[in-house]
Structures are given as structure tokens and as C-alpha cells.
Design a binder for this molecule. Structure first.
Ligand code: HSE
Length: 440
């Protein structure tokens, strides 16, 4: 007689990650029983269309278009919310908590917007809300930050948090291919989110950075208070100029905390020294560097998206949730690892060096006018180079600055936009050298 208990799992959203989770739960069913002493059984999944052909063949009676019927099903013990989107996912998650069911999610946008409410509701309902798969796919960043590195505070966390934009930049850089050409390929390969802006304008990475900021510093930063820029303005000229400066351009998320416990979150293209692991993290890979006060710097790289890696993170959460349900050494309830109150850092307190490319009329005195303009805003130049454009009427001026702050550079750029002889909106990227980082 087999009296091993079975815990039943309902999967909301049966796309790439949902199917991967189902597949690996079934393929490794013996392992879960050995590890947990219970059987884990995926038994229902919700879909948008029952007719759609799927790679994974499962009994059609396990599928429904009604996610609530799974959440309300008394036979289902654990919910995996993999439907994405914000409002509907929020409602379903809250309903699962009311029904006393733990929820595992990969939904970074939802946590970013409603994390505070959802974690409180989970706590009130006495269930777990687990989210390893929400940041950096298969990289176990949440566990490392909350558990393995619990002895640390984190003055700096930075890295590549969006695989699609990294794929595009890597191919532009290595093959001198154009943005549009590589974007077309990324679409064909299915890398780009349905809402392309999430990948191309830095929003997906920003959702992840906001979650990491909360975990590290206990502060929910409103995404509108973060500097969020994407990759659309990066050209092959910039990638080459970065190389000449010993750097690579990467879209990075940066979470900083200074000595006064002021925290900033930003996502932007930055010139990172080529010898840094993050600069060498190419293709669809993600890489996150954590600088802790006790451990020093730890860098994690790996697949930040895709069926198997993300399903692996979902299953890691399922295992933790089950341990909690069984009362066996669950992960800590505390979400973030800092006892100090943190606040949002004002722009004037966020300093750094910048890369600036300007398309200007190629005429006497133009460079001097640009330099004077920057100097009026307290921005000092570190390097200057000029490349004539093909038409020989205009030129690209490429400048790097000494350390200044976000407020001064904003003011300088606004005024450069209006300067006579500046032909296009200036292109501005940050220069990010982690070796020069000091908590300010
Ligand atoms: N669009 C995301 C990426 C998927 O490219 O990294 C995982 O969030």
C-alpha cells in the first residue's frame, strides 16, 4: 500500500514556463518524493485557448480557460501563477491567498507594482508567496540575496537583467549588425516580449531591479522614481567608441545604497570596462554582481529566461513552499535583509561619469561652445574625440566626463539640446566602473 501524501499543483498560464514546469515536475517525480517525502503532482492548468497546439501533450481534461476554477478547486494545494500581466494576476493571487494556498510566480511586473500588498496579504493568510523565477530566470538570485548572503548589506548590486536586449547588443557589437536587423532576428527567435517596450525600453529590467532593491534594502521604489532607459539609441558608432575606451556597452540595472542609507535604482545603457564579468556576459545570458559588506563581490551569470531555466526556478520555489507546508526547515519569512530604514536618493546625490555623443555642425568654435555649455553646469570633460560624418557638413563629437551627478548632467543635456549647431538629441550613456564605486 502506498500511503505517501500527494500535493497537487495548479498552473495558471500554460505557456513556455508553465509547460516547462509541468514537464520537469513529471520527469523528476521520484526526486521530489525522495527530497520531500511527498509526491508532487501537476494536475490542472489554465490556458487562453483549449484548441491551441502545444509542445507538451497532456490530458485535455486537465486544461481549463478558467483560472479561478483552479484556484478555488479544493483538490489543488499549490498555485503557480505564470499568466503574466498585472491586474488579473493580482486578483487571482489574492483569491489564492484567501483560499489558503501558497503562490509561486514569475511575474516581476506584478511584484514591482503590488509587491507590498501581496506580501502582506500572503503573510496575513499564513501562506508563502515565492518569486525566484521573477528575476533573472534560472539564476538563483533571490535565494542567494536573502539566504546565502544574509550576513551582508549591499552597497552595490548591478548587472544584466534582460536577456533580449543583451542578445541584440551582443550581435550588434560582434557582427557590426544594425539594431533593426538584430531586432528582426530576435523577434523570429521568439525572444522579444509581446510588449516589446518591456525589453527595448528597459522596463523588464527595471521591474527586476526594483525587486532586488526591495530585497536588499527593504524599500519599494516606484519605477517612476528610477532612471529607466533602453537600448534604442545605441548605435554601432557608440559600440565602437566604447571599445576604443576599453569598454563594452551593456544595458545594466544598478541598485546603489550610500552611507546615509539613500537608495537609487536605475536601468540604462552603460560603458562597462571590458574585463568585467558583466561586460563579458553575452547573448541572452544575464549576469548580476552583488557587492556585499561581508563577502565582497559575488557574480552570478546564467540563463535569464527560457523554458528550462525558468521552470527550474519555479520548481525550486515549489520545493521551498512544500518544506514550509511540511514544517521542515523552510526559507526565512523575512523578505529583506536590512534592519536600517532606507530612503530614495535624490538625483543630486547620484554621481558618476558619462559618455556623450553629439551630432553637430562641423564649423569653427562648435566644440568650444559645447565644452563651455557643459562647464556652465559644472560638468568637466575627461576625453574628447571627433569623427566627421559622411556628408562632411556635420560631425559626431564623443565626450566622456569626469565625475558629476545626475542632476547636473540632466541640466547640461537640456541646455545642449537647445544649443545652436547641435543637430540631434544628444546621446547619453553612463560610464560604470564597479572598481571605482565607493558608497558615497
Ligand atoms: N524578456 C525577458 C528577457 C524575459 O529578455 O530577459 C525574462 O524576464
Amino acid at each position: 500500500m502506498n500511503d505517501v501524501k500527494t500535493l497537487r499543483i495548479g498552473i495558471l498560464g500554460f505557456g513556455t514556463v508553465g509547460q516547462g514546469t509541468w514537464k520537469h515536475l513529471i520527469e523528476n517525480e521520484k526526486a521530489w518524493e525522495l527530497i520531500l517525502g511527498v509526491k508532487l503532482l501537476p494536475c490542472r492548468a489554465s490556458v487562453k485557448s483549449l484548441q491551441k497546439k502545444r509542445d507538451l501533450e497532456i490530458d485535455p481534461s486537465a486544461l481549463t480557460t478558467d483560472s479561478y476554477s483552479i484556484v478555488d478547486d479544493p483538490e489543488i494545494d499549490i498555485i503557480c501563477e505564470l499568466i503574466g500581466g498585472v491586474e488579473e494576476a493580482r486578483k487571482i493571487t489574492l483569491r489564492a491567498f484567501q483560499n489558503g494556498k501558497p503562490v509561486i510566480t514569475a511575474n516581476k511586473a506584478l511584484i514591482c507594482e503590488h509587491g507590498d500588498e501581496l506580501f502582506k496579504e500572503a503573510e496575513r493568510s499564513g501562506v508563502r508567496y515565492a518569486f525566484e523565477a521573477s528575476v533573472a530566470g534560472g539564476i538563483p538570485i533571490i535565494k542567494v540575496l536573502r539566504e546565502s548572503l544574509v550576513a551582508n548589506e549591499f552597497p552595490l548590486i548591478y548587472g544584466i537583467m534582460n536577456g533580449t536586449s543583451n542578445y541584440i547588443l551582443t550581435r550588434m557589437d560582434k557582427e557590426d549588425a544594425s539594431f533593426d536587423q538584430v531586432l528582426g532576428d530576435a523577434r523570429e527567435l521568439g525572444y522579444v516580449e509581446a510588449d516589446e517596450s518591456l525589453d527595448l525600453d528597459g522596463l523588464d529590467a527595471a521591474h527586476k531591479a526594483v525587486i532586488l532593491a526591495y530585497l536588499a534594502h527593504g524599500i519599494w521604489i516606484d519605477i517612476r522614481d528610477a532612471k529607466v532607459e533602453g537600448i534604442r539609441r545605441i548605435s554601432n558608432v557608440d559600440l565602437q567608441a566604447a571599445k576604443d575606451l576599453g569598454c563594452k556597452i551593456k544595458l545594466i540595472g544598478v541598485i546603489r545604497r550610500n552611507k546615509d542609507n539613500l537608495v537609487s535604482v536605475g536601468v540604462y545603457p552603460a560603458l562597462v570596462p571590458s574585463n568585467e564579468t558583466i561586460a563579458q556576459t553575452d547573448g541572452v545570458f544575464n549576469g548580476i554582481s552583488l557587492t556585499g559588506t561581508v563577502v565582497g563581490t559575488v557574480v552570478l551569470t546564467g540563463r535569464g529566461a527560457g523554458q528550462d531555466p525558468t521552470a527550474g526556478s519555479v520548481i525550486s520555489d515549489i520545493v521551498d513552499v512544500v518544506k514550509d507546508m511540511l514544517g521542515e526547515s523552510p526559507p526565512p519569512k523575512l523578505l529583506h535583509v536590512t534592519p536600517d530604514e532606507c530612503e530614495l536618493a535624490p538625483c543630486k546625490q547620484i554621481s558618476g561619469c558619462f559618455y556623450l555623443r553629439l551630432s553637430v555642425d562641423d564649423r569653427p568654435g562648435q566644440l568650444a561652445k559645447v565644452a563651455e555649455n557643459l562647464s556652465e553646469h559644472g560638468v568637466s570633460l575627461a576625453t574628447v574625440s571627433q569623427v566627421p560624418d559622411d556628408d562632411s557638413q556635420s560631425a559626431s563629437i564623443i565626450l566622456t566626463t569626469h565625475k558629476t551627478n545626475e542632476h547636473s548632467i540632466d541640466m547640461a543635456i537640456q541646455s545642449l539640446e537647445e544649443l545652436e549647431g547641435v543637430l540631434e538629441l544628444p546621446v547619453l550613456f553612463r560610464m560604470f566602473n564597479p572598481d571605482e564605486f565607493e558608497p558615497q
